[in-house]
Design a protein around this ligand. Structure first.
Ligand code: SF4
Ligand code: SF4
Length: 629
């Protein structure tokens, strides 16, 4: 694929090998989605990268990263109310942030249609839990389509948007990590081109859309009716595919990634069940499921995470008096982790061992564990190394979401509890109550500060809580791929007003604010000690740009000079502070106890130089004059 942006705008039909997330971006364009909003979070940020690869002046859509998932939902909702086909996408736990508005969406008549792409994360690859967002669908009366591959992601998005526009209701497209990041050849349809409509279709001639008192009940009645009609429409072979096996007495009902993994497991099996593969997982396609249940003696429900389908299917069988043995989750292990082929083989073997071919070894060789760590030169490492020296062992530290959460790992071991985006000030405040003996220090990154950190800070000022908040400001949303945030002075579409963290803190009434470069370790130690000695709420801003982003930007400059540090072996006293306390991955300890620096990893920023008690670390000799990369 030569140019992603050009590919997404092609007007002829074509086939291309793409990620599930890229297939979705093309589906958005092809379906005429005019407004797309998001907050970055794995496994969905590549949808944004694909959309943003289309040059601004050629985009047949408006895109923004909003400050959080709730705001993103509201912007998409407002645009849809005004007649624009809209989409909001974010990661699994982002729905918790969006929920207050999200659960109301179905009450409204969404004139332009609205598809919510939810990136669930079975296996908690990059989330604090592996929550199953199908539960939200029931609470919010929103139908859910679940693709099992990039091709289906593309097709289901088109179907979801068409349904949403027809019924003026929200539709969820539930993606999971493997489907977002899986690659396959997708056959795309033609796109006739087009520009965003400027017609305003917001219309309250049928009454204000305000769900209060009796109006809320009537709006709910209409939402339920729309859901029921949508459910009937999707109870069709387009979303309920039956595959015949060799044993017609047994069947499996499944959806999403578990379906693909099941096919893989059964490839070498002589006895195979019939399979009902569902593309719609809420509401349950009752006609298709009932027919399948009646045609089999035993039916296994194979679903990742919770027993959502299992409960619905068992209830259906009970209500309709269907005589069939339904086998769901065997134990708690069946609720945990991604349903890769190995996992599906394990789960299936608990019910029907005869269908799982014996395997000498697992098909997917497991990779050597690679613990996560901060990049070489990361300002957070420098900050943690310093802050650790300012704290006593008894002090309590509270982590938040972002790269700096890695501070909970050795050698820093800071950030002893984590709940959610922006929780650290609130949780820290609670930990400080009736706690005169132990000081509380909370951490927060700048993107999270704007996302969900502000209410906790307002609360700390309002209720005069006694803790120190350290804002680890690196100028970007680093962990999800360096998206701009409100303090960056840029948004997804170009330059914007930079909102300064300090200015916001002052505006919120924070009186005690200190600022320092995170590389100035001595100063940072001093300021943290001062802040912690105060009674009440204090803030220290430890600022340094994300060095991964900064270095990449520097490397684009033809005059970039690659640098690195070295350890003077004669001066080095084998104290190992650089390896054990500072912990930059560029340091490597030899068998004889000597320390060397990897030239491949080191970026030569020199933040480690000050950590060596005998001053053995310095810029590599040849770099002192400069060396072309
Ligand atoms: S991406 Fe940036 S902030 Fe994150 S660990 Fe790397 S250098 Fe640090
Ligand atoms: S100069 Fe090199 S070894 Fe030192 S902290 Fe930076 S990347 Fe690590």
């Amino acid at each position: 694929m030569k140019n992603l942006g050009e590919m997404l705008l092609r007007q002829d039909s074509f086939s291309e090998i793409v990620l599930g997330n890229t297939a979705l971006a093309r589906a958005m364009i092809e379906s005429g989605t005019e407004v797309v909003t998001s907050y970055p979070g794995s496994p969905t940020p590549e949808i944004a990268s694909a959309l943003l690869s289309v040059p601004g002046e050629k985009r047949p859509f408006y895109f923004e990263f909003s400050t959080n998932e709730k705001v993103a939902t509201e912007v998409a909702c407002g645009a849809s109310l005004n007649g624009h086909p809209s989409c909001v996408f974010f990661k699994s736990v982002g729905l918790n942030v969006a929920a207050d508005s999200f659960v109301q969406l179905s009450l409204l008549e969404l004139e332009g249609g609205l598809v919510a792409v939810l990136g669930d994360d079975p296996g908690a690859n990059s989330s604090q839990n592996e929550q199953d967002n199908r539960h939200f669908a029931r609470m919010a009366y929103i139908p859910v389509l679940e693709p099992s591959s990039p091709s289906e992601a593309y097709r289901y998005y088109l179907e979801a948007m068409a349904l949403s526009r027809r019924k003026k209701m929200p539709v969820i497209l539930r993606m999971t990590t493997h489907v977002c990041h899986g690659k396959e050849k997708v056959a795309f349809g033609a796109w006739k081109g087009g520009a965003v409509s400027t017609e305003s279709r917001f219309d309250t001639s049928g009454g204000p859309m305000v769900p209060l008192t009796a109006a809320a009940l009537e709006m709910k009645r209409r939402a339920l009716a729309r859901l029921s009609l949508a459910g009937c429409e999707m109870d069709s072979p387009a979303f309920c595919e039956v595959r015949k096996g060799t044993d017609s007495s047994r069947g499996v009902i499944t959806a999403g990634l578990p379906f693909r993994s099941l096919l893989d497991v059964l490839e070498d099996s002589r006895r195979t069940p019939d399979i009902l593969k569902l593309g719609v997982v809420y509401p349950l396609p009752e006609k298709a499921v009932e027919e399948f249940l009646r045609a089999h003696d035993q039916v296994k429900i194979l679903e990742e995470l919770d027993d959502v389908l299992e409960k619905d299917i068992k209830a259906l069988a009970f209500d309709r008096g269907i005589r069939v043995t339904i086998v769901g989750k065997a134990d708690d292990d069946d609720r945990i982790g991604e349903y890769t082929p190995d996992k599906v083989a394990e789960v299936l073997a608990k019910t029907w061992p005869d269908m799982v071919p014996l395997r000498g070894a697992k098909r997917q060789p497991s990779l050597a564990p690679r613990p996560p760590q901060m990049c070489p030169g990361c300002g957070h490492r420098s900050a943690f190394h310093a802050i650790r020296q300012a704290l006593s062992k008894e002090d309590i530290t509270v982590a938040d979401i972002g790269c700096h959460v890695l501070g909970y790992l050795p050698p820093y071991e800071m950030g002893e509890v984590l709940l959610s985006m922006g929780h650290s000030t609130g949780t820290g405040a609670g930990l400080s109550l009736f706690n005169g003996a132990r000081k509380v220090v909370s951490f927060i990154g700048d993107s999270t500060f704007f996302h969900a950190g502000l209410p906790g800070i307002v609360n700390a000022v309002f209720n005069n809580h006694n803790l120190t908040l350290i804002v680890m400001e690196n100028g970007t949303t680093a962990m999800t791929g360096h998206q701009d945030h409100p303090g960056a002075g840029r948004n997804a579409n170009g330059p914007s007003e930079a909102i300064p963290v300090r200015g916001v803190l002052e505006g919120l009434g924070v009186k005690s604010i200190r600022e320092v470069d995170a590389y100035s370790q001595g100063k940072l130690i001093e300021l943290v000690k001062e802040a912690m000695a105060e009674e009440g709420f204090s803030v220290v801003i430890a600022r340094h740009p994300c060095m991964l982003k900064y270095t990449r930007e520097q490397q684009r400059n033809p005059d970039y000079v690659r640098k690195s540090v070295e350890v003077n072996q004669e001066t080095c006293d084998r104290l190992h502070v650089c390896v054990e306390s500072f912990g930059c991955p560029s340091f490597q300890r030899d068998e004889d106890g000597g320390v060397n620096v990897s030239r491949e990893l080191c970026i030569g920023d020199g933040s480690c130089v000050q950590t060596c008690p005998v001053k053995a670390i310095g810029l590599r000799k040849e770099n002192r004059g400069g060396e072309k990369a």
